[in-house]
Write a protein that binds this ligand. Structure first.
Ligand SMILES: *Cc1c(COP(=O)(O)O)cnc(C)c1O
Length: 438
């Protein structure tokens, strides 16, 4: 690393020994980073091709107001999404407020009273518990007479095919599969594994709908779940596919009938997809999608860098430093509240927005322990931007994700390590690990 760059890091509070450890780790990752860049290149062309195929024009970047009839930009963007995900149809709207809303919409519009929902891969994401009615909640699927079954993963993390087969019955209408591990300890599923599960389920009941919660998974691989048999894939635009630019939104891609059902539920029966003004957000949706493959690659490099930095210091990391990746989330277990707090404060100190504030644990509604969150994002709550959070309870793990550029993700990870060093948390490990002072 040249002197000028070193001086930049020094001026930004990174000590020389932290920087040199970072360099050592980065050098180990060259070939993996090259693979990630190649996937980004593939996906960049996939997105560009879809935009050209549908003749995205300057007029598409403008929005509509009021009812939003004949919104060329909105309708074209939905065709672009359908092409990117190789589906019959897509719904991509700022009126879909977040990922949970997109998932709830897909479920509530495609299930009818008397139907049963099956989760064949264990407990779904926390916020879906209230959507489904696992935890009692106003307006849940349960209130509408839609029942739910769940088959947990086997102890080794594999699908429990025998019990999945038993759980599929007369009433089973929809199967929900969550690609990312979210905040669980199981591994994230590769698209190939999701494909195997879908094939198994369709082999038992061909007309069952398979939906994939695609949050944090988009553009990490060359294939998406809809390339391997999913009837619907669903996600948030303030994660990967918004490329950091979309200020709001969610998407549902899939079979025409599934998407039409969702549109009629989002707006109204009879109106469906014909209404819903795009206001001024379309150019950020297009430009964000265009950037999404490289932004996702940056976040992925940051996650791998963090895994190797902390694994090298003896902290348990999931996924580990070497394994293949299927989403952008990195968990690191520090084993102490101080570790979690220092890490998050270090990430916050690297932020372009609110970098001067120091996050503290607080009692967030819906959580059973105080939670600390680091988020200094241009888009509030955006987790494709550099961010981290951790509940202050055993095993004292943090979940780290995002970074709009690799350079920023790297700086964030170094800053987190610096905070751990400054707090005296990492020095204890110096003697038995890679990390050496001076
Ligand atoms: C983020 C996420 C959600 C929910 O998205 P929100 O935008 O936070 O509502 C659902 N499932 C998974 C796997 C997620 O990562």
């Amino acid at each position: 690393m040249n002197e000028e760059l070193k001086e930049q890091y020094t001026a930004m509070g990174i000590a020389p020994e932290v920087l040199s450890y970072g360099e050592e780790v980065e050098n180990m990752l060259k070939s993996r980073f090259a693979e990630i860049d190649e996937t980004a290149e593939y996906n960049q062309l996939k997105v560009l091709r879809a935009m050209q195929e549908h003749k995205v024009s300057e007029a598409c970047l403008l929005g509509t107001t009021g009812y939003g009839y004949n919104d060329l930009g909105r309708d074209t963007l939905e065709k672009v999404y359908a092409s990117v995900f190789h589906t019959e149809d897509a719904l991509v709207r700022p009126q879909i407020t977040c990922g949970t809303h997109a998932l709830a919409l897909a479920l509530m519009s495609n299930l009818r009273p008397g139907d049963e929902l099956l989760s064949p891969a264990g407990k779904p994401y926390d916020t879906l518990e209230e959507v489904i009615g696992i935890r009692p909640s106003m307006g849940s699927l349960k209130e509408y007479g839609i029942t739910y079954k769940q088959v947990d993963l086997l102890a080794d993390g594999s699908f429990d095919y025998e019990n999945i087969k038993k759980a599929i019955g007369e009433k089973t209408r929809l199967v929900t599969i969550q690609r990312s591990k979210g905040y669980q300890t199981r591994p994230t599923f590769s698209v190939a594994r999701i494909g195997e599960l879908i094939a198994f389920i369709k082999g038992i009941k061909p007309d069952v709908l398979c939906m994939v919660d695609n949050c944090y998974g988009e553009f990490v691989e060359r294939l998406e779940p809809t390339d391997v048999g999913a009837d619907m894939a669903v996600g948030s635009l303030i994660k990967n596919p918004g490329g950091g630019l979309a200020p709001i939104g969610g998407y549902i891609v899939g079979k025409k009938e599934c998407v039409e059902n969702a549109a009629c539920r989002l707006t109204s029966p009879g109106l469906g997809r014909e209404v819903g003004a795009s206001l001024g957000v379309l150019s950020s949706f297009y430009q964000g999608l265009f950037l999404a493959p490289t932004v996702t690659a940056a976040a992925l490099k940051g996650a791998i860098f963090a895994a190797n930095i902390y694994e090298g210091l003896g902290f348990p990391v999931v996924p580990d430093g070497k394994e293949s990746r299927h989403d952008i989330i990195q968990a690191v277990t520090f084993g102490t509240p101080e570790g979690v707090i220092a890490f998050c404060q270090g990430i916050q100190a690297a932020a372009p927005v609110d970098g001067h504030v120091s996050p503290q644990p607080w009692d967030m509604p819906g959580y059973d322990a105080p939670v600390i969150m680091a988020a200094g994002a241009f888009v509030s709550g955006s987790s494709i931007e550099l961010s981290a959070d951790g509940p202050i309870k055993p095993p004292y793990a943090v979940y780290f994700q995002g970074g709009l550029t690799w350079q920023h993700a790297k700086f964030g990870v170094l800053k987190s390590l610096q905070a751990l060093v400054d707090g005296g948390i990492v020095s204890k490990l110096l003697h038995k690990n890679l990390y050496t002072v001076g």
